[in-house]
Structures are given as structure tokens and as C-alpha cells.
Design a protein around this ligand. Structure first.
Ligand code: ATP
Ligand code: MG
Length: 334
């Protein structure tokens, strides 16, 4: 990465953010914002693709996500935070890209396929939902982003984005769009507290950045470990043991966790001790975020004002890209 690196990520305002977002993307955004040009998009239009009849839910969650950003350490003086629906260039690029992607290609996207199944859409699948990866390609390319720090559910989206970039650039006299690369974190898919493969707002298996001390305690106590590890002296399994997955994701002392894993596998380390270790580290991580968040969410006016300011900045950047694409295609640009 160099100082020309442009980073774009985003979140659907479908609910407050959770620890999956934190380890999958937020933590990296905070680390990168000082050295690179970073945009973070509140993807309200994408949120509407499976909430078309409930726009109020999306509206209400915009300040929630903003408060989460600030609580996690995203600094609006270093990162441009902007709103998808306030940037018409994104919708225009989506309309242009829709003509160069086939229905067969969008139907092949494994993340979308999986989500369609999970949400039980069948024939009631909204068209907008099926094509949201095209709109996501518009988001990424409008900013000319070349690095996208995301969870691994987003890899098919980036693959599709790069196909669109290739195809669109080949139609232009000189290339305008940038190819992009995913930046995966060490924990590119945090499982839910129920052991489900992905912690997700839609699955209700989350620990929010604002989760209470008591709820952390309850969630950790109820976590699945190795069902055959009945006595402390029994050798235990690490694979599929969610307590260790979380210790790997959140515990700052990697050497200590390696030692605990070895003891657990040999026999001699109890589940309760592991859970205590996890609970302490989660409480320490979340307490300051919960506190900051509680202050920020009181001031929705301030949150929306910073979103407006960021969107104005992003407007110019994205407008320039769409103009370049339209000119390249030979469309009149007034
Ligand atoms: P929804 O269920 O509404 O789709 P979500 O929990 O999947 O919500 P998104 O807004 O779709 O959240 O995702 C925002 C970003 O967070 C994406 O980069 C995604 O890869 C990342 N992310 C979401 N959940 C996880 C997770 N469990 N582990 C790692 N990264 C995650
Ligand atoms: Mg999602």
C-alpha cells in the first residue's frame, strides 16, 4: 500500500454494529485511517433492498451506525463518512453497470444465494436485492477505491466488482475505473454467539458494541465449547470450540492463548477458566466503547451533521468518476 491507496468500506444501517463488524472491518479502518485516504459509506440504499417496506428501520439505524463508528475510533477528521442515498453518482453508475452484467452472473454469487435462502425470499425476492452486488461495485468504483477491508462474505462482491471494472474499462477509450483488492482481517468471519457460522444482524446472534456487562456475562456463560470435555482433566478440542475462536479474535496476549490451547488439548484446563478469561477481555474491550457510544447517541444532530459534511465531500469525488465514465461512453455530459 502507498499514499495513493484509497479505502472504501461500508455498512448497511439495518441495526447497530456488533463484534463481527469490529474484528472483520472496523478495527482495520481505525488502524488505516491515519495513513490512507479512507471513505466509509452508510449503505442505506443497500439496507432497503431487503427492507423495502420498512424504510423507518433504515432511517432509525443511520445514527446508530454513526455512533458505533465514533465509539470504535473512526475519526471523521481523518475518514470521510458519507451516505449512499445522498450520492446520486452511485445510482447512475449502478444503472450503467446493470447493462454489462448478466442475470446468470448475479444469480451465481454465493453470498447472495446464501442470503436469499436464509431470508426465505423464493419468488418474493426483490429485484434490488438480487442486484445489490452491482450497486456495491458502483460504490467501490465511484471512489476509485483500491483496498476494501471486509469480512470474507464480501469476497464474491469484490470479484464481481473487478469483472465490472474490466468490462467497463474495455468500453472506454482510456481506463477510468480502478481494480480493487480485499483486505481480510485475521478474523474474517466471526461466528455468532450461538455457534452459527457468521455473527450477523439478521440472524440475531450478535454481541453489539453497546452490549451490557450482564449480557456479555450471559452470552459467554452460554457459549458452546467441546461437548466431550466433561471433566477438567479430559483432553479438549479446540476446533469448533467457539470460546477459543473468540479468544483468538479478541485476546491481546497471543502467547497466553497458545499456552491455554495446549493445556486444554492435553487435559487440565476447565471450560470455566477459559470462559472467565474471555469474559474479562470482552468486558475490557466493550466497556469504553459502550460508554463513548452512550454519549454520542444522545446527540443525533451532531451525528447527522457530520454525515452531511462527509457526503458533501464524497459528492464531488463520485460525481467526477461518473462524468469520466459517461464521457468515455460518449454520452452527452452537460
Ligand atoms: P446484515 O445481516 O443486515 O447483512 P451484517 O451483520 O452482515 O448485516 P453488513 O452491514 O452486511 O453486516 O456488513 C458490514 C461489514 O462487516 C462487511 O464488510 C462484512 O463483511 C463485515 N462483517 C459483518 N459480519 C461479520 C462477521 N461476523 N465477521 C467478520 N466480518 C463481518
Ligand atoms: Mg451483510
Amino acid at each position: 500500500m502507498n499514499n495513493k491507496t484509497i479505502i472504501l468500506t461500508g455498512d448497511r444501517p439495518t441495526g447497530p454494529l456488533h463484534l463481527g463488524h469490529f474484528v472483520g472491518s472496523l478495527r482495520q479502518r481505525v488502524a488505516l485511517q491515519r495513513d490512507y485516504q479512507q471513505f466509509v459509506l452508510v449503505a442505506d440504499l443497500q439496507g432497503l433492498t431487503d427492507n423495502g417496506s420498512n424504510p423507518q428501520k433504515i432511517r432509525n439505524n443511520i445514527p446508530e451506525v454513526l455512533a458505533d463508528y465514533l465509539a470504535a475510533g473512526i475519526d471523521p477528521s481523518l475518514t470521510t463518512i458519507c451516505l449512499q442515498s445522498a450520492l446520486p453518482a452511485l445510482a447512475e453508475l449502478t444503472a450503467l453497470y446493470m447493462n454489462i452484467v448478466t442475470v446468470a452472473r448475479v444469480e451465481r454469487n454465493p453470498t447472495v444465494k446464501n442470503e436469499i435462502m436464509q431470508k426465505g425470499f423464493a419468488r418474493s425476492l426483490p429485484v434490488g436485492f438480487l442486484v445489490y452486488p452491482i450497486s456495491q461495485a458502483a460504490d467501490i468504483t465511484a471512489f476509485k477505491a483500491n483496498v476494501v477491508p471486509v469480512g470474507d462474505d464480501q469476497l464474491p462482491m469484490l470479484e464481481q466488482t473487478n469483472e465490472i471494472v474490466h468490462k467497463m474499462n474495455s468500453l472506454l477509450p482510456t481506463p477510468v475505473l480502478q481494480h480493487c483488492k480485499a483486505m481480510l482481517s485475521e478474523t474474517s468471519r466471526l461466528p455468532g454467539i450461538d455457534g452459527n457460522a457468521k455473527m450477523s444482524k439478521s440472524l440475531g446472534n450478535t454481541l453489539l458494541l453497546s452490549v451490557s456487562e450482564e449480557a456479555i456475562h450471559r452470552a459467554v456463560s452460554a457459549m458452546y465449547t467441546d461437548p466431550h470435555h466433561l471433566k477438567v482433566t479430559d483432553p479438549g478440542q479446540i476446533d469448533g470450540n467457539i470460546v477459543f475462536t473468540y479468544l483468538d479474535a479478541f485476546h491481546p496476549n497471543k502467547a497466553k492463548i497458545a499456552e491455554m490451547k495446549a493445556n486444554y488439548q492435553q487435559g487440565g484446563l476447565g471450560d470455566k477458566t477459559c470462559k472467565n478469561e474471555l469474559e474479562v477481555c470482552l468486558q475490557e474491550l466493550i466497556a469504553p466503547m459502550r460508554e463513548r457510544r452512550a454519549t454520542y447517541i444522545q446527540d443525533k444532530g451532531m451525528l447527522m451533521a457530520l454525515l452531511q459534511k462527509g457526503s458533501e465531500r464524497a459528492h464531488d469525488v463520485t460525481q467526477k468518476t461518473v462524468r469520466e465514465v459517461k464521457c468515455g461512453l460518449g454520452l452527452p455530459v452537460f
